[in-house]
Design a protein around this ligand. Structure first.
Ligand code: PAF
Length: 310
């Protein structure tokens, strides 16, 4: 009976990176049978999960590729998109024709921007957005470890609403998650934290904790101040000093960690700078505002990237 209910309102995760696999594990643990949509052609995969308390579990994940004509894709009623911001539009394009108009889509990635493009790709599906402070590390392709707990905010953006039943199942599965409306202020809030911490740790090759030093204070404050002005022009009022305090709180709480952008640069991967400080600069241009500090951070990280990405 329970299994039948799950299959009728299937939940799928598009993108099996660290966050995608973490959400998969949390849904699984809470009694769901989520589908993982990934590049691989295999139908199933043994996935390993190391929890925050060090406990290791293995499970068999059912996989589908966006290219497959899997009947499972038509049954999906909630698609959680966990690819990087710069992959979101292509990932949705690759699958949208196989999804039912009754499917609801949630974008869950660092940074902002895709929510401006995705609505025109939809064929009747509703769209929600989310942001999470949970952290996970990928040890191997199919082995992730949860490295940080934290809150998750989700909320509606456009089109038909996510059904109450699926919303309840999602919030029950993800620890410390809330449905927030409007959702955009939560995304701007998280963007400010990433805009202040990520590029500086990548440029100065340091841990998050190092940014507590006096020498970074003006840049952190200016990055957040510019961002709050741009958000305000976009109709989102943020409390600038509360936000700066929060940035320092996150720096303290994650002092020993290396930010995701630091790790991307270290491993010579494309970074998320375009959807973090790049998004601030893009919205600033739209409103004819100047964001010198965000622009400088964007250019410095782009320069580092161009030295290793050909
Ligand atoms: O991107 C990251 O690394 C994280 O979001 C944060 C909050 C900056 C902590 O490392």
């Amino acid at each position: 009976m329970g299994q039948q209910l799950v299959d009728e309102k299937k939940i799928a995760i598009l993108g099996a990176g660290a966050v995608g696999q973490l959400i998969y594990q949390q849904l699984l643990t809470d009694g769901n049978a989520p589908l993982l949509i990934a590049r691989e052609n295999e139908r199933q995969k043994i996935v390993t999960f190391t929890a925050l308390d060090g406990q290791v579990t293995k499970s068999t994940a059912i996989l589908a590729s966006p290219k497959s004509v899997s009947p499972l894709l038509e049954q999906v009623r909630l698609l959680i998109v966990c690819v990087k911001a710069y992959q979101v539009s292509d990932a949705i394009r690759s699958i949208i024709d196989k999804l039912s108009p009754k499917c609801h889509i949630i974008l869950l990635h660092n940074g902002m921007g895709p929510h401006l493009e995705v609505p025109e790709l939809l064929h009747g599906q509703g769209l929600s957005l989310g942001t999470t402070s949970q952290a996970a590390l990928k040890h191997e392709r199919w082995h992730i470890e949860q490295t940080g707990s934290g809150s998750t905010q989700l909320g509606h953006l456009t089109g038909p609403q996510l059904s109450q039943e699926l919303r309840t199942r999602l919030l029950s599965a993800i620890p410390n998650s809330q449905w927030c409306e409007p959702i955009l202020p939560s995304l701007w809030h998280k963007l400010a934290i990433n805009a202040a911490i990520n590029p500086l740790t990548a440029i100065h090759n340091c841990s998050n904790g190092k940014l507590a030093e006096e020498q970074y204070c003006n840049q952190i404050s200016a990055t957040v101040t510019e961002l709050a002005e741009v958000a305000s022009a976009d109709g989102i009022e943020l409390d600038k000093s509360a936000l700066i305090n929060r940035v320092y709180e996150v720096i303290g709480l994650t002092a020993a960690n290396f930010s995701s952008m630091h790790q991307d640069v270290l491993n010579k991967r494309k970074t998320e700078i375009e959807s973090i400080n790049g998004y601030v600069v893009q919205r600033a241009r739209h409103h004819q505002l100047s964001t010198k500090v965000n622009l400088s951070l964007l250019e410095q990280v782009k320069k580092m990237e161009s030295d290793y990405l050909k």
